[in-house]
Design a protein around this ligand. Sequence first.
Ligand code: SF4
Length: 235
Amino acid sequence: MPHVVEQSRIEHLAEAFEQATPSEILLEAVKQIKNITFACSFGVEDMMIVDLIGQLGLTLPIFYLDTNLLFGETYALIDIVKEKYPHLQFVQVLPKLTLDEQAQQHGDTLWSSRPDQCCALRKVRPLEDHLNGYEGWITGIRRDQSPARANAQTFERDDRFGLTKVNPLVRFTEDEVWQYVRDNNVPYNLLHDHGYPSIGCAPCTKAVAPGEDPRSGRWAGFAKTECGLHQDTNE
Ligand code: SF4
């Protein structure tokens, strides 16, 4: 799939915006990439980006993958966010299979037997289908979240989807994100206050003890740290 923004241009943008603020990166992203969307998981990083998009008056669509298995607290936050930012466009992206259909075809709790297949059905394929037609996407990933994210750039080529990927918070620490959220009264998932630094689907996310790897509560018991949304198939 051809990349709309040339690789050399992406590298130039990554270098030029390495020290830029998230707002500057977002403004440049919508300037450079006309057909761009924001992938929102409603984690604290993504809440910061939602607020920035609102403050900057940007009109890009904001989509979220609803696996039908999110926490009640996450669904409550989605309602709050839609009410607080009525001018923003939130797009719900659902899997092709309902939970009943998945249970009939693959067993009752696929997430506990084959989480990779469950993520493929409920997250990765819906994401691939949804991104088809876009030229770029924005994410809330930070470099210090995991070794797999340590080399993320502000602007980078996403070979997997054939898009330009924009990561406005790559340089931010968790503390800096929380500072922004508190200073600006941004709503956030209440599970963050109860030992859940990283929140995914309810069956696959556990609370972690203070000082533990923030992502160790995701797919605990499996050698799995990413759902497949941010992995480059060329790596
Ligand atoms: S995080 Fe768990 S429940 Fe959600 S799609 Fe992946 S395996 Fe399934």
